[in-house]
Ligand binder design. Structure first.
Ligand code: FMN
Length: 311
């Protein structure tokens, strides 16, 4: 079976890569992704300055996924800009770079420097991140989101993508898709970021399992699969002009990856399961998806992408 795909006009030998934030903060981790069977790789969401992030424990695996409140620990955007400058683009794996400015001004400054460097990497700007204190994250503030896109898109110039939080209301799918469809060089949306502000409590000790934010944190892994599939499919149905969806959320095996593509995903990222299993996960998930495609008689992703049936 052929697992190849392309995102924003860039070819990937297979559809799988890491979700930003997992296995990608340091060069040593990115090297392990390069050495794995992933089809691509994306760097940790960068802020303008280096950040230590929140106090630990800040990530805890749960029986059906994970909870985290990392607080965006990262090396600062120059580290990732340098990584992108030194990246070997003759490598078969294209490079994605995630940016997560804490303000529009920070995003503008970072995007300007990437544009000036004129690199073949693809930007995924994280719209599911803190914006103005006291206001919802960018992805939940339609006006701020549209304004940010109108400012950033002409600076990026090239095709780029945004990482979106999950939505839970049809009116929100409609509103966000309408904004995305207005921006010509916005080539893809990545759905979904963590399901925000869950709370995991240990039954025995009666204590929250992570330390930051009184235990509140983003949920990932198996428990968010159906929310992720709904978001992938909602945007797949609404986006126009060849805009694509990258699916992320709840992939633990080839089966969930298959469902993401059926819902409309053009590529699939993995967070929690990669963190738990390590980069050898990519060989497993590839093999499992190939076996599923073979059993169902599908030769390429195009054969079933977006073809979920409804009753
Ligand atoms: N998403 C981002 O866009 N930027 C990040 O820096 C980021 N950091 C994360 C760190 C951890 C430890 C985890 C578990 C997730 C992080 N995420 C981040 C969200 C993931 O990229 C992904 O959207 C989410 O975990 C859902 O995928 P999953 O179900 O495969 O875990």
């Amino acid at each position: 079976a052929d697992l190849s795909t392309s995102i924003a006009g860039v070819a990937l030998p297979n559809l799988f890569f890491n979700a930003s934030g997992v296995w990608c903060q340091h060069e040593s981790e990115l090297k392990e992704l390069l050495d794995s069977e992933s089809g691509s790789l994306i760097t940790k969401s960068a802020t303008f300055e280096h950040r230590e992030g929140n106090p630990s424990p800040r990530y805890v695996p749960l029986p059906t996924g994970s909870i985290n409140s990392m607080g965006l620990p990262n090396e600062g955007f120059e580290y990732y800009l340098n990584y992108a400058k030194n990246y070997d683009y003759t490598n078969k794996k294209p490079l994605f770079v995630s940016l997560s400015g804490l303000s529009l001004q920070d995003n503008v400054k970072m995007v300007e420097q990437f544009a000036a460097a004129d690199l073949p990497c693809v930007l995924e700007i994280n719209f599911s991140c803190p914006n103005v204190p006291g206001k919802p994250q960018l992805g939940y503030d339609m006006e701020a989101m549209e304004n940010a896109l109108k400012v950033l898109a002409p600076i990026v110039k090239k095709p780029f993508g945004i990482k979106l939080p999950p939505y839970f209301d049809i009116a929100h799918f409609d509103a966000v898709a309408a904004i995305v469809n207005k921006i010509d060089n916005l080539a893809f949306v990545t759905c979904v970021n963590s399901v925000g502000n869950g709370l995991a409590i240990d039954f025995e000790t009666e204590t929250a399992v992570i330390k930051p934010k009184d235990g509140f944190g983003g949920l990932g892994g198996a428990m968010i699969l159906n929310t992720a599939l709904a978001n992938v499919n909602a945007f797949h149905r609404r986006l126009t002009g060849g805009k694509q969806v990258i699916g992320v959320g709840g992939v633990t095996s080839g089966k969930e990856a298959f469902l993401h593509v059926l819902a409309g995903a053009s590529a699939v990222q993995i967070g929690t399961q990669l963190k738990e299993e390590g980069p050898s996960f990519f060989a497993r998930v590839k093999k499992e998806l190939e076996e599923i495609m073979q059993a169902k008689g599908y030769k390429s992703l195009d054969d079933f992408r977006g073809k979920v049936k409804t009753l």
